[in-house]
Design a protein around this ligand. Sequence first.
Ligand code: BMA
Length: 325
Amino acid sequence: MTRPTDVFVRSEANPILTVADVPYPANSVFNPGAATVGGETILLVRVEDLRGMSQLHVARSADGISSWRFDRKPLLSSRGDQDPEETWGCEDPRLTWLPEREEWAIAYTAYSRRGPLVSLAMTRDFRRVRRLGPAMPPEDKDAALFPRRFGGRWAMIHRPSPLRGGAHMWISYSPDLRHWGDHKLLLEARDGAWWDAGKIGLGPPPLETPDGWLVMYHGVHATADGPIYRVGLALLDLENPGVVLHRTDEWTFGPTSPYEITGDVGRVVFPCGWTLDEAADRLRLYYGAADSVIGLATARFSEVMAIVRAAPVPGHGRAADTASR
Ligand code: BMA
C-alpha cells in the first residue's frame, strides 16, 4: 500500500489561488469550500481583507485547477448590525448539497464579538444566499452538514471549544436545520505526543461511501515553535454517523511545501472542501496553506478508502484513543 502521506499528490499548479487573483486589495485567500455545479468547480474562498475581516467569495473554474473567475461581489460578508454574529467576518465554509431541499447548505464560522460560532446559510446557485443564522453559540467552528436525514433528523458535525479538556468533534441533530440537540461527542483529540493531541476539527463535509461516511479532520500538534496543522481520516457508520468505525493513527497530509510552511500562519494545511469524480477514481482536496494561499492535492479515491478501512477501530484495546476523557 502507498505510504499514507503519499496518497495525496500536490498539483504542479500550486498554489492554485493567491491574493494576486483576488479582484480587489486583500491580504490573503484560503480555506475554501468546494462544489461541482453544472460541470464547473466552484470554490467558496475566504478572502481576508486589509482590515483583517474575512468574507466568502465565489471563484469558478472549468477544470478545477486554473483560470479562476471571481464573482463581482462576495457571497457572504458582514452586514454589520443586521447580523451581529458576523461583526468580525465570515470564515472557513463547508458546502453540502441537500438533495431533499435541492439546495446547498453553507456551514461557516461567523466571527461575533463573543467569539466564533457556527452559522448556516442556503443557496441554490451560489449567486443568491439566504441566511438561517447561528446554529451553535460561541465558541464553536469547523462544522458541516450531512447531505441527508437520519431517522428524520438532519445531522451536523462541529467543534465546540470548552474551557477545559481539549477541543473535540461533536455531532448534533435537528428536525428543521434550526433547532439543534442530542449533542454527542464524536471524535476526541488524542493526548501527549500524538499529531492530533489537544485539538481537532472537521475538514471537508462528510462524504457518503458504501463503507460509511468518509471524514477528514485536522489535528493540531503544539510545538515550541508554534502549532502544526495536519489532517487524518475516519470512517463513520452509514446509518448511525455518531459511531466511529475506523480512525487512522497516522496523518495523511501535512505541511511540507514552501507555501504551506511560510505565510501568515506557517505550517498549516487546512482543507474545507473536496470534489469526487467516481468514474475517474479521483478525489480532489482543496485546502488553505499557511492561512495565505490555496492548494490542490489529488488522490485515488480507492486508495483513500483502503487506508481508512485498514485503520484501527477506536476503543478496541487502544487506551490512547480515550486518554483525554
Ligand atoms: C483555525 C481556524 C482556521 C485557520 C487555522 C490555522 O483555528 O481559525 O481558520 O486556518 O486555525 O491558523
